[in-house]
Design a protein around this ligand. Structure first.
Ligand code: ADP
Ligand code: GN1
Ligand code: MG
Length: 355
């Protein structure tokens, strides 16, 4: 790790490197140099990202585009080059590493403390989408194929259940039935794309609250991070993934499902922030698809956790034996909540829609 760190153009020499953050995919470290400058050092997950040069090219292009609109370095994620001018390096073991400027005096929340925090997260992701509206979406690489293709995620779940490599299928019958009962509806957004009613744009595709940094003092939105999955996608997916994580009343891996529900005030706050920033640029069909996006992203995420559970926890980092199953269960509980609170969700979007 230290060897990789030395390959970057740093102010000072790396003095301490410690694991940092709560992401499920990459290995992230806080690196502090002997002159007191902070960096994020990351080992990119090569099992998840099969074409790292393409992924880094996307990030380089997108961050440069955003930097043209924001001169403040705390407002755009900034890659630190290697001493030979590359944006990442490969160590002797074949692992890929990159370094970002650390956004100082920022907050990365695992749950919103109040509706204002979540409103601001909505502003950050809405602004991100607006600022990339003139970026040619088709020129970005697809870093994970079929990432938010929900019907394809069903096929992956069914395959994992068929192989049942860990002998876990017997204990997830209820969860399998829950997912399979929703196959038809889960294809709705993809059908609208096929019919030409929904457009693809440059989207983030992983809009969890902990992928946005707020100013530690003012709590204003600063910077959207974790750009590995920026690629063409649907506005509904970006809206929806934020809701499934931040509008839940409990953590993603809560084991007491009585504590998990959908907070309507949080839903409303996020929608307000998001639509205030990018609502004008969305079509009527896109606005109407936002609640569906929340439902679909939550179901899809639950199915992805279940698939990983059945396949032996090889995708998401886990910290206990049935961690992925616990995560799946919170998502399915939220799906049920959304089905029950559907009219209220739709009513909020309708009221806030600029059209
Ligand atoms: P993962 O793909 O594993 O989620 P992230 O890129 O989201 O990785 O990084 C993990 C965590 O590291 C974030 O949730 C955040 O706490 C922190 N982080 C990442 N980049 C920065 C940055 N530039 N400045 C400050 N903190 C950061
Ligand atoms: C992963 O990387 P992280 O922790 O921000 C995952 C998302 C899931 C999320 C569930 C590349 O996000 O798609 O929704 O976990 N990222 C990838 O918490 O698969
Ligand atoms: Mg992350």
């Amino acid at each position: 790790m230290l060897e990789a760190a030395h390959r970057f153009w740093l102010q000072g020499k790396p003095e301490s490197i410690k694991p940092y953050g709560e992401g499920h995919i990459n290995q992230t470290f806080l690196m502090i140099t002997d002159v007191g400058v902070w960096y994020i050092l990351q080992k990119i997950n090569a099992r998840v990202f099969l074409d790292i040069p393409a992924l880094m090219q996307n990030i380089d292009r997108v961050t440069r585009h955003l930097a043209r609109e924001n001169s403040d370095p705390r407002r755009v994620l900034t890659l630190v080059p290697t001493t030979d001018g590359q944006d990442y390096c490969v160590d002797p073991a074949g692992e890929s590493w990159r370094v970002y400027v650390f956004v100082r005096d920022s907050l990365c929340l695992q749950a919103p403390e109040d509706t204002t925090d979540f409103f601001r997260s909505g502003q950050a992701f809405g602004r991100f989408q607006r600022q990339l509206a003139d970026f040619p979406a088709g020129s970005l690489h697809e870093t994970i194929r079929n990432f938010h293709n929900t019907p394809e995620r069903f096929r992956q779940l069914e395959a994992a259940a068929r192989y049942d490599t860990k002998g876990r299928l017997a204990r997830v019958k209820e969860e399998m039935d829950f997912a399979l009962a929703r196959v038809e509806r889960a294809g709705r957004l993809q059908r609208l794309v096929k019919e030409g009613r929904l457009v693809t744009r440059v989207t983030h595709n992983d809009t969890k609250l902990n992928n946005v940094l707020l100013d530690a003092l003012t709590r204003e939105p600063l910077c959207v991070i974790d750009l590995d999955t920026v690629m063409p996608g649907l506005a509904a997916h970006d809206f929806g993934d934020s809701i499934r994580f931040g509008a839940s009343t409990a953590a993603e891996d809560e084991t007491d499902l009585d504590r998990v529900s959908l907070s309507i005030p949080m839903f409303k706050a996020y929608a307000q922030g998001f639509l205030a920033e990018c609502g004008d640029s969305l079509t009527q069909d896109e606005l109407r698809s936002l609640s569906e996006g929340a439902w679909a992203m939550t179901l899809e995420c639950g199915m992805r956790f279940l698939t990983d559970y059945l396949s032996g926890d090889s995708y998401y980092r886990v910290h206990r034996e049935h961690h992925n199953l616990d995560r799946c269960r919170t998502q399915f509980k939220l799906v049920r909540e959304m089905e029950e609170k559907w009219d209220r969700m739709e009513g909020i979007i309708e009221k806030l829609s600029p059209l």
